[in-house]
Design a protein around this ligand. Sequence first.
Ligand code: NAG
Ligand code: NAG
Ligand code: NAG
Ligand code: NAG
Length: 285
Amino acid sequence: MAFICLDIRCLFIFLICTEFSYTFSSNTEIKVNPPRDFVIVDPGYLGYLYLQWQPPLALENFKECTIEYELQYRNINSERWKTIITKNLYYKDGFDLNQGIEAKVHTLLSRQCTNGSEAQSSWSEATYWTSEQGSLETKIQDMDCVYYNWQYLACSWKPGMGAQFDTNYTLFYWYEGLEHALQCVDYIKSNGINIGCRFPSLESADYKDFFVCVNGSSESKPIRSSYFIFQLQNIVKPLPPDYLNLTVKNIFEINLKWSTPKGPIPAICFIYEIVLTGDDTSWMV
Ligand SMILES: *[C@@H]1O[C@H](CO)[C@@H](O)[C@H](O)[C@H]1NC(C)=O
Ligand SMILES: *[C@@H]1O[C@H](CO)[C@@H](O)[C@H](O)[C@H]1NC(C)=O
Ligand SMILES: *[C@@H]1O[C@H](CO)[C@@H](O)[C@H](O)[C@H]1NC(C)=O
Ligand SMILES: *[C@@H]1O[C@H](CO)[C@@H](O)[C@H](O)[C@H]1NC(C)=O
């Protein structure tokens, strides 16, 4: 019995407490408006988008306060939201334009302004889709981009399965530092159709997102665009060693000697793999 009494008393105290704190917080509740005119702007950089908004209305009540914004965004279909807290009225990031984008932002008031309770507004929301013309079968397939020896970028692709014979593709690219997206100037062709691109030498393009769009045209039907984002340093394919010198000392000792590949990659970055066979049937790595 004693235990039950105690429990009820605890419950009673607990109820009083929650009742009290509820009344307290509703009395001092501070309302703040959501940011206005939230938009996702596409400046034509093939995936690098601007998320921007205006300050909320009726901010004069919080003159002494620091206003912050919590921004959340993701590609539709992706599970995870990215969260950013900022005092700015914009944020820029790279997105996969093959899919839609959704984003939301709300206003935050710090605790100092609100006597302890954090205040936040409702969300302002925005979505963005590029115009999706053409069926999926008209998209290019098997896009492959390689940065040879950290010097020459080349991409290649196959025409879409549902593309008519008169379909021709065009490649555009952009990275931070270029004023606008550029078109490929040196296409790799097969039967008169563009199936790849050799890029000119690229200045300060590594360690940042590199955006590529391959779109196209055909007399008979619209062609669906494909978008790609990569970083150059992640798709480097080094050259093989410059020479290989094999000296057979005796049946127990073979010496192999090679030199580092020429080019901009520091020697310290290379590791080598040696594959050996004595009789062409079993190989040793
Ligand atoms: C915070 O508390 C102080 C002192 O209790 C009071 O003068 C002030 O009006 C309160 N501010 C807000 C925003 O409620
Ligand atoms: C495809 O475009 C390239 C230039 O980008 C052009 O040289 C070629 O003639 C075009 N092919 C066709 C079939 O239109
Ligand atoms: C392909 O994309 C570029 C860059 O966005 C654009 O300027 C061009 O008009 C597009 N071409 C076609 C045929 O849609
Ligand atoms: C290969 O190594 C042998 C023995 O060290 C040397 O005599 C020869 O000149 C080397 N060849 C080359 C191409 O470096």
